[in-house]
Design a protein around this ligand. Structure first.
Ligand SMILES: Nc1nc2c(ncn2[C@@H]2O[C@H](COP(=O)(O)OP(=O)(O)OP(=O)(O)O)[C@@H](O)[C@H]2O)c(=O)[nH]1
Ligand SMILES: [Mg+2]
Length: 184
């Protein structure tokens, strides 16, 4: 989950490149319109199902149910659900996720966890993406983390750049470990 353009699909693409040999993966993509994100995932030879919500601003459990039936993931797979880009509504809907991840990028400003707290309250993990842009911005990353933890002190934090690959080893290690634990 994230605002539009924070890098949900970019993070999925780079994550998939790194872990697809180690686990089976399927992806549900949520957007108001277009098949663009499912096409980006399919280009990596990973099964993706695109849900178009039209005027809707978030996925709901029935949409995910429909998508999962279509994808029919193998036992023990990782099923990624990319919600519609929106830092508000997706927080209110339980999709049955094992873990919820919120992505925020420094171009959005360090006050966003305080202004949109429900997303950060609901999440288990906060990925700060686009850290390669930090030198060009006046966003205070430490303040951003402090604000996220003020809203939810249980959040696990990862600093990454999906496009440059920074921080992705730690992120992928966390994902594979969680997936392994869920299989036990
Ligand atoms: N500099 C930089 N750009 C990034 C990074 N991650 C993503 N981008 C760029 O940000 C833009 C949006 O990325 P997407 O992956 O489409 O973002 P999204 O959150 O999936 O967008 P929606 O699905 O439309 O909400 C693209 O131009 C990406 O190349 C990053 O780590 N660093
Ligand atoms: Mg996307």
């Amino acid at each position: 989950m994230s605002s539009p353009g924070a890098g949900k699909t970019a993070l999925l693409e780079e994550t998939i490149r790194r872990i697809k040999d180690q686990t089976s993966i399927c992806v549900v993509e949520g957007d108001q319109q277009t098949n663009n994100d499912a096409d980006r995932i399919a280009a990596l030879e990973i099964e993706a199902f695109q849900v178009n919500t039209g005027t809707g601003c978030h996925l709901d459990a029935a949409m995910v149910n429909h998508a999962v039936k279509h994808l029919n993931p193998k036992e023990g797979s990782i099923l990624f659900i990319e919600n519609v880009g929106n830092l508000v509504c997706p927080a209110m809907f339980d999709l049955g996720e094992a873990k919820k991840v919120v992505i925020i990028s420094p171009t959005e400003g360090d006050d966003k966890p305080l202004k949109y707290p429900y997303m950060f309250q609901e999440a288990d993990v906060c990925v700060i993406n686009k850290i390669d842009l930090v030198p060009y911005l006046d966003t205070d990353i430490e303040k951003l983390k402090e604000n996220a933890l003020k809203v939810n002190h249980h959040l696990e934090l990862f600093d990454v750049s999906a496009t440059k690959g920074t921080g992705l080893d730690a992120w992928c290690e966390w994902l594979l470990k969680k997936n392994m634990l869920n299989k036990l």
